[in-house]
Design a protein around this ligand. Structure first.
Ligand SMILES: C[S@@+](CC[C@H](N)C(=O)[O-])C[C@H]1O[C@@H](n2cnc3c(N)ncnc32)[C@H](O)[C@@H]1O
Length: 510
């Protein structure tokens, strides 16, 4: 049996987590069971996000190469090995977090009683979790439909909780609103404009694109500062400025337009998917001086890959609800338990207001539908399994980006599980094609800057209110950028101390 404890900072100091006690209980529970310990890996994380998709104890089948995933008789394909995943935060103090998880031993027994039987290909008894979808790469799970719904119906969520989305971001507000950071960026851009103007090479229109604009506060700060800096500089760059705000949520874009009303003549807005900006912005190829993105890459669909015992795997997931949560949701919506997955699918397709119109017998008003949405989201967990990758060349990271690019990171030595950030990679690759040769892509976000960080901490997914957060694989973007002739560099966000936010800058290599 292999035990992998992530060397988290919580293992040291006066309030250190009692790893020994938690593991002792896990081992006790395992020894009471008939599980084959020679096929077991125990992996201990500290999941810092209070809202997340994991149970205190999860079981993940590791499938054998060549496994037929289409076995149609309702039983799960047999697992070659089993991974028992422990969240040390919730398994400290015996694992009873007051949230109904019971003790560690109970959690291990219950995990072994459900998934492990499935891992051995045996018939399960009455299921502890109800599945909402089939196994699939996590980037296609319905958690992303929940994420999209959150941004489409943000006003309803925020009204109901009384919290603004920004309060869930690192530091409680977007760092893109930081005026010192914006001034520094703009000063550097003005210098670049001057250089080009001196050579008669500055185009008449100066394009800036922002992807994922949220409430528009950062656009407003940027535009205010640009207008002021240009005026002080004695140039007419502001007159020539075109600021394009882009988001996939019409509601969010409407809010952002309101925030920048003072600059209306210089702003236009586009409903588009940040993973394929050229669908609407293709006319800007090689024309954009700044592509500006903050707290968006960590919100785009991603899946993970893993290296375990010298083999590469893709992580597949399926969204589930605990049986007790299904019972509560059924009671809340005056429906039978079997109807709950269907009600959730309808909610994701229609959104709360139309759901009320379609199903008044279950949802008497929008507030009730929002309550159902929030309860379902809070209860949502992901079951996971490892599916062998026959070869990295069979895997696609994003359109036009093959899986081979993962090799130097994934096969760098130890066992590793890391994000691919498929949505962020797609967005990055599509966006850099829009950049003027003197342009830059600037992104404030949660970046992993060294693959080793995947071994020393939990990098998502977590839940920020109604949205999903995953750290972004910086070394991967750097590799991809480099192959496309771009220098990608990372620096800690310089204008707030103690933040995890990193600023990424990508520019055409000199
Ligand atoms: C966490 S907010 C960040 C907002 C703002 N940039 C900030 O820093 O406060 C994420 C924004 O990205 C948008 N977004 C998420 N996924 C998107 C996608 N696939 N395409 C376009 N916009 C997306 C959301 O609608 C939301 O406005």
């Amino acid at each position: 049996m292999l035990v992998d404890v992530k060397p988290i900072h919580k293992m040291c100091g006066t309030k250190a987590v009692d790893v020994g006690a938690a593991l002792g209980m896990v081992i006790d529970a395992l020894c009471e069971d008939s599980v084959d310990l020679s096929r077991l890996r125990v992996v201990c994380d500290w999941v810092q996000y209070k809202g997340n998709f994991r149970q205190a104890v999860d079981l993940r089948p590791i499938l054998a190469p060549g496994t037929d995933l289409r076995s149609g008789n309702g039983t799960a394909p047999p697992a070659e090995e089993i991974e028992l995943a422990i969240d040390l935060r919730r398994c400290d103090n015996g694992g009873d977090d007051g949230g109904g998880n019971g003790g560690v031993k109970e959690a291990v027994r219950s995990a072994l009683g459900g998934n492990e039987a499935a891992g051995r290909g045996e018939q399960q008894g009455s299921p502890a979790r109800i599945e909402l979808e089939d196994w699939m790469p996590t980037s296609r799970s319905c958690i992303w439909s929940f994420n999209a719904l959150y941004w489409q119906a943000l006003d309803l969520w925020e009204q109901s909780t009384g919290r603004r989305y920004e309060q869930a971001l690192p530091g409680g507000e977007s760092d893109a609103r930081n005026r010192d950071a914006v001034r520094e960026l703009i000063a550097d851009m003005l210098e670049g404009f001057d250089d080009l103007a001196a050579r008669n090479a500055l185009p008449e229109e100066l394009y800036v694109v922002e992807l994922g604009v949220g409430n528009g506060n950062q656009a407003k700060v940027w535009l205010d500062e640009f207008a002021a800096a240009d005026s002080a500089h004695g140039t007419e760059y502001y007159r020539r400025l075109q600021y394009l705000m882009c988001d996939y949520s019409p509601h969010v874009l409407g809010m952002a337009r309101g925030a920048v009303a003072d600059h209306a003549e210089h702003v236009s807005s586009f409903v588009l998917d940040a993973t394929v900006p050229t669908t609407a912005l293709g006319f800007l190829r090689s024309k954009v001086f700044l592509a500006y993105i903050s707290n968006v890459y960590d919100n785009l669909p991603t899946e993970e890959v893993a290296r375990i015992g010298g083999r590469s795997y893709r992580v597949e997931a399926r969204a589930c609800l605990a049986q007790r949560d299904v019972a509560e949701l059924a009671e809340y919506a005056s429906a039978g338990e079997v109807a709950v997955p269907g009600l959730i699918r309808k909610l994701l397709r229609l959104g709360p207001p139309l759901l009320v119109e379609a199903m008044p017998e279950h949802f008497r008003d929008v507030g009730t539908a929002v309550g159902f949405w929030q309860r379902a989201w809070q209860a949502l967990t992901l079951a996971e399994r490892y599916v062998p990758l026959p070869g990295l060349d069979t895997y696609q990271v994003a359109p036009g980006v093959g899986g081979e690019v993962l090799r130097p990171l994934l096969e760098s030595g130890n066992d590793l599980r890391m994000h691919v950030n498929n949505g962020a990679v797609a967005s990055f690759v599509d966006t850099i094609g829009l950049l003027h040769p003197y342009g830059r892509l600037l992104c404030h976000d949660l970046f992993v800057t060294d693959t080793q960080q995947y071994r020393t901490g939990f990098r998502g997914p977590g839940k920020y209110d109604g949205s999903v957060v995953n750290w972004v694989n910086g070394p991967l973007l750097e590799l991809i950028g480099s192959r496309k002739g771009f220098d990608v560099c990372y620096a800690p966000f310089a204008h707030r101390t103690g933040t995890n936010i990193i600023t990424m800058t990508a520019r055409v290599r000199d």
